[in-house]
Write a protein that binds this ligand. Structure first.
Ligand code: SF4
Length: 350
């Protein structure tokens, strides 16, 4: 998949844009003043696969806590600022790696002060445009046009202040608005694009909305970093984000091919597929693994898989690249599959 050419910005060593891998982000929902809880959540996010974490800075105490949080964080941090530009300046002083501002909520003079400080400290800025930050001149337009024109306006304004290290997001809770606005904006410039459908709901709702909205843009080569927004623990955002990137071949990892089952299947295929998926979720090798419901069609339907299993009435088969390796009782197949994958992947590493 060919990606749109974008400039590269550096957020504390994490490169966003250019040919760099698409960066997975999330945001803590702890009280930022509570350093221990916030750092604990950052570490859980990182363990799940998050590469850049945003932290809300709603008040002075939170800004003061940033220095300690940053010192304890294993990844670079983004300070999320609304309204009070002094908090942005304090976050920069605390050593934050990137600023996310909503220029619509910060006055022009204050914006200049923030941008000047960010430039002097070589800290990139994300311009987050959403329905709450439409520039007043564009409020009469359709939402999509208003988002696009507002983003262009803010980019020009901030660039004219000397800041080139910009990342831009155009978000709506509507998948279609997010998609159309981001597409229109991204096709006309080289700013790295942050993707996300905002206020996307619970895990179930967000998985659907984010997969469609973010996925459709990624398919067009648009997007340099992303956040899946979930109402719930932010840790639950990361497997969805990884799943979207893996499904599009943008991040190596195991792809499970499991059949929907039908009247030919005599085994609990869903349980077996979940067991295999859970064991291989952190493996970052580009493997296709088949878990199929019957020996009649399973090995054939799963022949493009690197490894697979197919269940029979009582006995099934373990196969590799469509060739049967061994027959064995159904209950032994998942463990045998995982063992074979382990042996073969170790062998290929030698
Ligand atoms: S692999 Fe077998 S059980 Fe699964 S859907 Fe196909 S025919 Fe049905």
């Amino acid at each position: 998949m060919e990606r749109l050419t974008t400039r590269t910005v550096d957020a504390g060593g994490v490169k966003i844009g250019g040919d760099n891998p698409i960066v997975i982000q999330s945001m803590t929902n702890t009280d930022t003043k509570d350093v221990e809880s916030t750092v604990g959540q950052i570490k859980r996010l990182v363990a799940a696969g998050c590469e850049l974490v945003r932290v809300a800075v709603p008040d002075k105490e939170s800004a003061r806590a940033l220095k300690r949080i940053r010192a304890l964080s294993p990844v670079p941090l983004v300070a999320d600022i609304h309204f009070d530009y002094n908090l942005a300046l304090a976050a920069l002083d605390a050593g934050i790696d990137k600023l996310r501002i909503n220029p619509g909520t910060i006055g022009a003079k204050a914006l200049k002060a923030v941008v000047t400080a960010a430039v002097s400290q070589q800290v990139p800025v994300r311009i987050g445009v959403n329905s709450g930050s439409i520039h007043r001149d564009y409020r009469h337009l359709s939402r999509i046009d208003a988002l696009v024109k507002s983003a262009r306006y803010y980019c020009e304004a901030i660039e004219s202040m000397g800041c080139k290290d910009l990342v831009v997001s155009l978000k709506s809770s509507s998948v279609l608005e997010t998609y159309r606005a981001t597409e229109q904006f991204a096709l006309g410039n080289d700013y790295p694009i942050h993707l996300g459908v905002t206020e996307a709901g619970t895990v179930r709702s967000s998985t659907i909305k984010s997969s469609i909205g973010i996925g459709a843009l990624l398919l067009q080569g648009i997007g340099d970093t992303l956040r899946v927004s979930v109402t719930g623990p932010p840790e639950s955002e990361i497997p969805i984000a990884i799943g979207i990137l893996r499904a599009l071949g943008l991040r190596p990892g195991v792809e499970i091919i499991s059949c929907p089952t039908c009247g030919r299947s005599g085994y609990d295929v869903a349980k077996a597929a979940q067991e295999v998926e859970a064991h291989l979720s952190r493996v970052d090798l580009p493997l296709k693994i088949a878990v199929m419901g019957c020996v009649v069609n399973g090995p054939g339907e799963g022949r493009h898989a690197d490894f697979g299993i197919a269940f029979g009435p009582s006995e099934g088969v373990l196969f590799q690249k469509g060739e049967v390796v061994q027959k064995m009782p159904n209950g032994e197949l998942p463990a045998a599959l995982l063992k074979l994958i382990d042996i073969e992947t170790r062998r290929s590493e030698v």
